[in-house]
Design a protein around this ligand. Structure first.
Ligand code: SF4
Ligand code: SF4
Length: 263
């Protein structure tokens, strides 16, 4: 990494993926159709303070204001309570990468698409101090063939494309997230969320499910399959965790409700 020259050098070495591929990742509405068969999908909200005017404009477009910060929602794929992603093979390689359907956010780590492209150097440095402190992918400034971000732009096309697609998905899903947040604000979990720095996670509400799946590009003929598969995945998470995980129980209630009323 050579932040003085405005360059972030990074090369994922994969064999240490056990350090970064925890139990869940985040995805956008545009990835639901290709990933609902492998991950239980819930919604998650986080609080972001804008770092500059451009960031504030984006957060305003994708989130809901909350004092000086913004609450932004995305889709959580998997179970973050677990230490290892279900799609990480025994050789520490991502099965979805091999299949060409790796989530966009996973394709841009340790960068983050919620922040502006021109501020990714700060994200990169901050991640190294926090979640990615044991990551072996940070290269020195001598290793210039591994430059990923330079002078405010991603210079490797796969990063640039995944970054663009993630942000585009966030814009497309913003209306759904705001609607869900309005309901969550009425619940007691919301005040605990505001007091902490964590994630506010919830099931996709039954009344929004089909509209959301339509917007996600899922054919109406696949709705039944979505509900059956997601119900099975949530049940499996509950069984393997062996404890009460409210969000998966809520998901199952949602799917039962929809199955009983529509299908
Ligand atoms: S820890 Fe870093 S280098 Fe290792 S797999 Fe994860 S992102 Fe790649
Ligand atoms: S989907 Fe792949 S890259 Fe993403 S967390 Fe899981 S194993 Fe890692």
């Amino acid at each position: 990494m050579n932040l003085k020259q405005g360059t972030c050098n990074f090369k994922c070495v994969s064999d240490c993926a056990g350090r970064c591929c925890g139990g869940a990742t985040i995805i956008t509405i545009d990835e639901i159709a290709k990933l609902y068969g492998v991950f239980p999908i819930t919604v998650g909200f986080r609080n972001y303070a804008p770092v500059d005017e451009g960031h504030e404009a984006f957060l305003e477009a994708v989130g809901s204001s909350s004092g000086k910060s913004f609450i932004v929602g995305d889709f959580i794929a998997g179970n973050w309570r677990k230490g290892r992603c279900s799609q990480l093979a025994a050789d520490n390689r991502c099965k979805l990468h091999v299949e060409g359907r790796k989530p966009y956010q996973c394709s841009i780590v340790p960068f983050c698409a919620v922040y502006p492209e021109e501020r990714q150097d700060a994200v990169f440095a901050s991640q190294r101090q926090k979640a990615f402190r044991q990551c072996g992918g940070y290269m020195t400034y001598h290793e210039t063939e591994d430059a990923v971000w330079k002078s405010g732009r991603f210079v490797q096309p796969d990063y640039a494309e995944a970054f663009r697609r993630f942000r585009s998905g966030m814009l497309r899903q913003a209306g759904f997230m705001r609607t869900i947040l309005v309901e969550l604000k009425k619940q007691s979990v919301f005040s605990s969320f505001l007091r902490g720095n964590g994630i506010l996670e919830a099931a996709i509400p039954a009344y929004l499910l089909f509209d959301l799946l339509d917007a996600a590009g899922l054919a109406s003929g696949s709705r039944e399959d979505f509900i059956r598969v997601q119900r099975d995945l949530c049940t499996r998470e509950l069984q393997s965790s062996g404890k009460h995980v409210a969000v998966f129980e809520d998901c199952i209630v949602t799917f039962k409700t929809v199955q009983a009323s529509v299908l």
